[in-house]
Design a protein around this ligand. Structure first.
Ligand code: BTN
Length: 254
């Protein structure tokens, strides 16, 4: 029994003092048939993972290191939109609970003042045309002091406490995040992604910016003009409108 206000998220909760990665654990549980809404939380991760084979700094007790197992009724090609849905939910919850005016950087970051406060990692297992499970991994930097980040994250990462000048209760924030994620997930399951895409545009800090797109086989800059119905970023270059799929691409300020 827990004191969350959610119906689906948190049906089963696994809490670890320390773990390699909550997403590794969630994938194991998902593959073994755990129910939708299973949560894995850890106080510390020793090998937290990010996109593009990056690590995720996960110091003890200073953030919300969380993975959620979903079994969504979507097609596998809709999985990237789960990242957008999660970003919208987290941005809303964080703004409401902390007042920090953060925004979404396509595809999977939440930034404040140009620096990362949240990273989202969406991983999927699908067979034929059905999703078996999606694991949403979310790392929220809550009470990390500026000087606690490793040197390579200086100027790149920040925390809600640094942004607001005061610490926050992780439990309160966690409850808000889960409640909002459930609301958004149920809405999307019922009525599709359209309303979420609109909200995403409103909360985005990427649209309207000149960006540099860095992929494995090409690199170019242009103006980020919109996202399309699949969640891909549309970038206007001198000659053409490019459709950028999250995959292994990174976006940098130009
Ligand atoms: C990124 O910015 O590239 C995504 C970072 C995702 C970090 C979270 S923390 C909880 C979960 N467990 C992991 O190993 N990664 C995600």
């Amino acid at each position: 029994k827990n004191d969350l206000s959610t119906q689906v998220l948190g049906k089963e909760i696994y809490w670890f003092d320390s773990i390699d990665s909550t997403s590794n654990e969630a994938k194991k549980l998902a593959a073994a048939g755990c129910p939708e809404g299973t949560l894995v939380l850890a106080e510390a991760q020793c090998t937290g993972r990010g996109r593009l084979a990056r690590g995720w700094f996960s110091p003890r007790g200073k953030g919300i290191w969380l993975s959620v197992v979903l079994r969504p009724p979507f097609q596998p090609y809709d999985a990237p939109k789960c990242t957008l849905m999660t970003a919208v939910a987290l941005t809303r919850a964080i703004r409401r609970a902390t007042g920090v005016p953060c925004g979404i950087k396509w595809p999977n970051d939440i930034l404040y003042n140009g620096k990362k406060v949240v990273g989202i990692l969406t991983e999927m297992s699908a067979e034929m045309d059905a999703i078996n499970y999606v694991v949403l991994g979310m790392g929220t930097n809550v009470n990390i002091a500026a000087d606690e980040f490793p040197d390579e994250l200086a100027g790149i990462a920040t925390s809600l406490a640094e942004a607001a000048g005061r610490p926050f209760c992780r439990k309160t924030l966690l409850k808000e995040i889960l409640a909002e994620l459930e609301t958004v997930y149920l809405e999307v399951s019922r009525s599709g992604f359209d309303s979420i895409l609109k909200e995403w545009r409103r909360l985005s800090v990427t649209l309207g910016q000149t960006v540099q797109v860095v992929g494995p086989d090409k690199q170019f800059s242009g103006l980020a003009v919109d996202i399309d119905a699949s969640g891909a970023l549309l970038v206007q270059t001198d000659g053409s409108l490019e459709t950028v799929i999250a995959g292994d691409v990174s976006i940098r300020p130009a």
